[in-house]
Write a protein that binds this ligand. Structure first.
Ligand code: ZN
Length: 322
C-alpha cells in the first residue's frame, strides 16, 4: 500500500495577542473557534483552532498565540501563503468587508483564479480564492460573514523552497498527490480528485532568504489520513523511505505524526477522527478552556498563566448564558 492523503487537514501558524487573533478570525474571516485549548508542548500558552461549524478536517486554521512574540520572516522552507475557498462572485463583498475593518486587500488573477490577498493582524499572508471549481462544503453561517460569501474551508497552501524537486517528490511519491499544472516556477499538485482543500502549490525560489518561524508565519501544515491504523502504516512507509518521523502523538482531537520535508517545511499527518465534539457539545465549541486528561491536574496553574479572552457571542449563537 502506498500512502495517499485526501488533502489538507489544517494549517498552524504563530500569532501574537490571542484576543486580536480571535477577533480577526471570527469577525474578520468569519470562521468559528472550535477549540480553546493549550499548546500541549507548552501548556502555558493557548492553542486556538478555527474552522467550520464542527471544525471538519480541511477547514481548520490553528494558532499558537504568544503575546509579544517577535515577528518572523517569510521565506524559503515555509508555507508562505494560506488560501481559503470562497464562492466565485464573493471577492467584491470581501474587499468591502475588509476595507470596513481597516484592512486593505489586493485582488490578483492568475491561471483562471481570482484571489484576494490580505494579511492578518500579525502579518500572516492569507488569500481568498474564488475557485472556478464548485466547492460543495457547507460554510459556517456567522453574524459577521453571511453564508453566501463565507469561507468554505482551506483552498490550498503555497510552499516556497529553494529547490522544488525534492519537495515535489515527497508530495507525489510519499503522500500520493498528483501533479496538476505548472506555470513559471510554480507547480501545483493535488490530492484525490483535486479541487479546494486538496491543493499544494510548490514555488521554487532559489534566491529566497531562509524563512524564520515566529510571529506571522506558518509553523507547519497537516495532511489528512482517515484513521490511526492507516497512520501507523504510513509512518512505517515514511521511515522506510528515509524520513525522520516522530512517534504517533495524541492531540486529543486527532493523532499526529510529524516530519520535515527536504525543502524545510514541517509536515504533519493527522487523523480525521475523533474530532472536536469529543469533549464538548457542538453548540458549545470554543466557549471554555478544554484540556486533555493528562493536563487536567494542572488546570488551575494553566488557567492562571493564559491570557483572559472574550469570545464574541456569534461563535455560539444557540447558547443562552444564564
Ligand atoms: Zn498541527
Amino acid at each position: 500500500m502506498t500512502a495517499r492523503t485526501s488533502g489538507l487537514h489544517h494549517v498552524t501558524a504563530i500569532a501574537g495577542d490571542p484576543q486580536r487573533n480571535i477577533d480577526f478570525y471570527i469577525q474578520g474571516l468569519g470562521l468559528r473557534l472550535v477549540k480553546r485549548t493549550v499548546n500541549f508542548d507548552d501548556p502555558s500558552t493557548y492553542h486556538l483552532y478555527y474552522g467550520d461549524e464542527a471544525g471538519r478536517p480541511g477547514t481548520l486554521m490553528t494558532f499558537f498565540p504568544w503575546r509579544g512574540v517577535p515577528a518572523g520572516r517569510v521565506g524559503a522552507g515555509q508555507s508562505t501563503s494560506t488560501a481559503f475557498s470562497v464562492p466565485q462572485d464573493s471577492l467584491g463583498w470581501w474587499k468591502d468587508h475588509f476595507g470596513a475593518l481597516g484592512v486593505e486587500p489586493s485582488i490578483t488573477s492568475a491561471d483562471g483564479e481570482d484571489r484576494l490577498v490580505v494579511r492578518d493582524p500579525d502579518g500572516l499572508v492569507l488569500e481568498l480564492v474564488a475557485s472556478s471549481t464548485e466547492d460543495p462544503r457547507d460554510p459556517w453561517d456567522s453574524a459577521s460573514v453571511p453564508a453566501e460569501h463565507a469561507v468554505r474551508g482551506q483552498h490550498s497552501s503555497v510552499l516556497t523552497v529553494a529547490d522544488a524537486e525534492s519537495t515535489l517528490r515527497v508530495l507525489i511519491e510519499d503522500l500520493g498527490m498528483t501533479p496538476v499544472s505548472q506555470s513559471g516556477g510554480r507547480t501545483r499538485v493535488a490530492a484525490g480528485e483535486g479541487g479546494p482543500g486538496r491543493i499544494i502549490d510548490v514555488v521554487a525560489d532559489p534566491r529566497a532568504q531562509r524563512g524564520l518561524t515566529a510571529g506571522g508565519t506558518v509553523h507547519h501544515i497537516a495532511f489528512r489520513v482517515p484513521d490511526q491504523a492507516t497512520q501507523e502504516q504510513w509512518r512505517r512507509e515514511l521511515v522506510e523511505r528515509g524520513h525522520t518521523v516522530t512517534a504517533i502523538l495524541d492531540r486529543q482531537y486527532f493523532t499526529s505524526i510529524y516530519f520535515r520535508e527536504p525543502g524545510g517545511v514541517l509536515f504533519e499527518i493527522a487523523t480525521d477522527a475523533p474530532g472536536f465534539d469529543v469533549d464538548e457539545p457542538l453548540l458549545e465549541l470554543g466557549r471554555s478552556l478544554k484540556l486533555p486528561p493528562w493536563l487536567e491536574p494542572t488546570r488551575e496553574d494553566i488557567e492562571h498563566s493564559v491570557q483572559r479572552i472574550t469570545l464574541p457571542q456569534e461563535n455560539n449563537p444557540a447558547v443562552v448564558d444564564r
